[in-house]
Design a protein around this ligand. Structure first.
Ligand SMILES: Nc1ncnc2c1ncn2[C@@H]1O[C@H](COP(=O)(O)OP(=O)(O)O)[C@@H](O)[C@H]1O
Ligand SMILES: [Mg+2]
Length: 265
């Protein structure tokens, strides 16, 4: 049984956020009037059709660029600590750095001393089962292992908020299930506030406390579906829960029209 930590005091609030990108002819509205909040320690999933602005939203929350309109409230970064960590869509390990150096990357930017950096990075690699691979380079690892390096790098700075952009999208089903288990274990040990983008209804239901469904572009929050399944969520028990089928149907009902609309643009 995993000890469940108290939630971190790190809410996220998004109010009326819009994002307009310059386009070849004029401009393109990627997000329009997006509002929601995530409670401290909550695991919130976002689903929406491809191109609806999910990555844009996470990048605004991570502070990579500002929203065109509206406001976001998210805990600010602190010296020596990345309070909000972003796991990018796709493979985000740096191929010229070893597994250890990849994991130390955020800490290096936070000017943590080399000795402490190493200790903290090795500890995180141990938690994701990669401490034997400290000196390996990303190309020597499987895709699932590389994704675990990205998770270790994000966790090494001890963030209160984890922004995850389709982190398991490129994995096969078995590895995806294993990494979901690992993520849930790490989350229960630390209770970060998590915003998790996925295109998998199944993954959203298995992991989250609540699922936000976005419309096709310009992205808005169309529906909000609480997931009240008991934790820990064993793979088999989740799928056998009658509530699972109802949730899945509800999410697909909200999403289907948006996916069809996104295909026509
Ligand atoms: N830097 C950019 N400049 C112009 N358009 C962009 C830029 N980034 C994303 N877009 C457009 O904004 C829309 C939303 O993109 P994105 O946030 O990546 O969506 P998602 O992650 O939901 O697939 C897409 O149509 C994409 O082409
Ligand atoms: Mg994306």
């Amino acid at each position: 049984m995993i000890a469940t930590a108290p939630p971190r005091v790190a809410p996220i609030t998004v109010r009326g956020v819009g994002k307009v990108y310059p386009a070849r002819r004029g401009s393109f509205v990627a997000l329009h009037d997006v509002s929601f909040s995530v409670a401290p320690g909550e695991f919130c999933a976002i689903i929406g059709p491809s191109g609806c602005g999910k990555t844009t939203l996470l990048h605004i929350l991570a502070g990579l660029f500002p929203a065109s309109t509206g406001t976001v409230e998210i805990p600010p970064q602190e010296p020596g600590r990345l309070v909000t960590a972003l796991i990018f869509q796709g493979i985000s390990t740096l191929p010229w750095l070893t597994v250890l150096q990849n994991t130390e990357y955020g800490l290096r930017h936070m000017r943590v001393s080399p000795a402490e950096r190493r200790t903290r990075a090795v500890e995180q690699l141990r938690r994701v089962g990669l401490d034997r691979f400290v000196d390996a380079f990303p190309h020597q690892l499987s895709e699932g292992m590389r994704q675990r390096v990205s998770i270790a790098r994000a966790l090494a700075t001890d963030p209160d908020v984890l922004l995850m952009d389709e982190p398991f999208a490129n994995l096969d089903e078995q590895n995806r299930l294993l990494l979901q288990d690992e993520l849930l274990r790490l989350w229960q040990e630390n209770r970060q506030t998590v915003l998790f983008v996925t295109h998998s209804l199944d993954e959203a239901i298995r992991l989250s406390d609540r699922v936000l469904v976005m419309t096709s572009a310009p992205g808005r929050i169309k529906a909000e579906v609480p997931v009240r399944l008991a934790r820990p969520r064993e793979f088999r028990s989740v799928r056998q829960d009658p509530e699972y089928g109802a949730l899945s149907a509800k999410l697909w009902e909200a999403l289907r029209d948006e996916v069809l609309r996104a295909r026509q643009t």
